[in-house]
Design a protein around this ligand. Structure first.
Ligand code: NOJ
Length: 469
């Protein structure tokens, strides 16, 4: 169970989930500030990220954890509205720049490679007010923000992720409205947002490619959330087809245009077009890329970043009534196996990750793969001796080792989610993914390693599961 020499072992966080300091030193509000301050029971106990882990003040405590683990990589995100309070480069908040400069410099001083996400769900409120990701104008503003980050931090940051999980974010924020702006547009908003997100990513990649790559020599991609989607009955042709369809809707919608040919998967286009027609729409609810846009989008990623947590079983389910929705467009239904143990929505299926990696290898031309998130939650009250949780990580590492050695998948970096217990979006602080426990009742927000952190540190030291003699 050894890993290739130089394999990257990281952990990840995101600005809104850990930083706090929601209005400190000139930061502008982001959509999650607005959303959580409105209350309305959309977040567990109406909790907010106002203080969270207070990493805005306690970065040095985070660094201690990172060093204790012996991480080779640390993935974090920039708060767009901490840097650019109204989202535009019209005004730059120097205190925000200083904060991230310190993080990057401290990491490099300790030989830890920073991996930086530009956008992790926390849209500046000022931009959301102008239509957010439903508006085409946001593409240009995002590109300006990306250029600003490349020019400010790119002398030291070489691993960029333009956006975190745009594939689920588009649906949660703009289709279902579980995330801010919390205005549902079922059946249309998700596709419209996805369309703009894809173009915005591609624009930012091109900006890097033409203006910064030669000098900075870094890599730019984006990260996708993917549940592994297994046919419920492996002997049923219809279930197999349904699971392929499900993968096209979940991952292919973003990955095919960006990694293959600039356009959505055929099955996605045809399902949505025929469903839209039945529903009386004048054209497909899925927007179309122009030929020029397809050329602009194709090939705009330097590595493939996936975030895996769990698996679902997929069955074909005909949309007889012509209902609106993503699952309805895909005509699938999903379930879990009663033998899988789970916590919250995460059912522990380590082999699903191996299958996903193989799928990525086979479908997307054997790319370099980074796992930019993977983890297991504990619901309150958590146990510091999280033996069972460590067992999930251990089995996952075994699967990764098989993926590398047997399936010859080009996996180079693994990041655990998350360094710290943090604000888990609609679940607030109830659901804990941290390697370090954080006491959210204590103003000092002490960080205490779970057993998983201590065990993960050993894996990193040994570059695998076996102890070195
Ligand atoms: C993926 C998201 O990127 C992250 O923000 C979230 O906390 C984890 N999944 C766990 O749900």
């Amino acid at each position: 169970m050894a890993f290739p020499a130089g394999f990257g072992w990281g952990a990840a966080t995101a600005a809104y989930q850990i930083e706090g300091g929601w209005d400190a030193d000139g930061k502008g509000p982001c959509v999650w500030d607005t959303f959580t301050h409105q209350g309305g029971d959309r977040v567990f106990k109406n909790q907010t990220g106002d203080v969270a882990c207070n990493s805005y003040t306690l970065w040095e405590e985070d660094l201690k954890c990172i060093k204790q683990l012996g991480l080779t990589h640390y993935r974090f995100s920039l708060s767009w509205s901490r840097l650019l309070p109204d989202g535009t480069t019209g005004f730059i908040n120097q205190k925000g720049v200083d904060y991230y400069n310190k993080i990057i410099d401290d990491l490099l001083k300790n030989k830890i490679i920073p991996m930086v996400t530009l956008f992790h769900f926390d849209m500046p409120q000022a931009l959301e007010d102008k239509g957010g990701w439903l508006s085409e104008a946001t593409i240009d503003v995002f590109d300006q923000y990306a250029r600003f980050c490349f020019s400010t931090f790119g002398d030291r940051v070489k691993h960029w992720i333009t956006m975190n999980e745009p594939n689920v974010f588009a649906i949660l924020a703009y289709d279902l409205g579980f995330f801010p702006p919390a205005v549902p547009h079922v059946g249309t908003g998700g596709y419209q947002a996805a369309h703009n997100l894809i173009k915005a990513h591609a624009r930012a990649w091109h900006s890097y490619n033409s203006l910064f790559r030669k000098e900075q020599k870094g890599l730019v991609s984006l990260s996708f959330f993917t549940v592994w989607l297994e046919p419920a009955d492996p002997n049923s042709a219809s279930d197999k087809q349904a699971s392929e369809r499900a993968l096209a809707f979940e991952l292919g919608v973003f990955a095919k245009p960006i990694f293959i040919d600039g356009d959505y998967p055929e099955v996605v286009k045809s399902q949505i077009a025929s469903m839209s027609k039945r529903q009386g729409y004048p054209s497909s609810r899925l927007p179309e890329f122009t030929e020029e846009e397809k050329k602009m989008i194709k090939g705009t990623a330097d590595f493939f970043a996936v975030q895996y947590y769990t698996t679902r079983l997929i069955k074909h389910k005909e949309n007889k009534e012509g209902e609106l929705g993503l699952l309805q467009d895909a005509e699938i239904d999903y379930s879990t196996d009663p033998s899988w143990k789970g916590e919250n929505w995460v059912f522990v299926v380590p082999w699903g990750l191996r299958k996903l990696l193989k799928h990525v290898k086979d479908t997307y031309n054997n790319p370099v793969i980074y796992i930019t998130e993977n983890g297991f939650p504990q619901c309150d009250p958590p146990s510091i001796d999280d033996t069972q949780r460590w067992e999930c990580f251990r089995q996952t590492f075994q699967e990764l080792s098989k993926a590398i050695q047997i399936d010859k998948v080009n996996l180079q970096i693994y990041c655990a989610w998350s360094l710290l217990d943090n604000f888990e979006w609609n679940d607030g602080y109830r659901v804990r993914f941290g390697l370090y426990h954080v006491d959210f009742e204590d103003p000092a927000r002490p960080r205490v390693p779970y057993k998983s952190a201590k065990e993960y540190a050993k894996v990193i030291r040994n570059n695998g599961l076996e102890e070195k003699p």
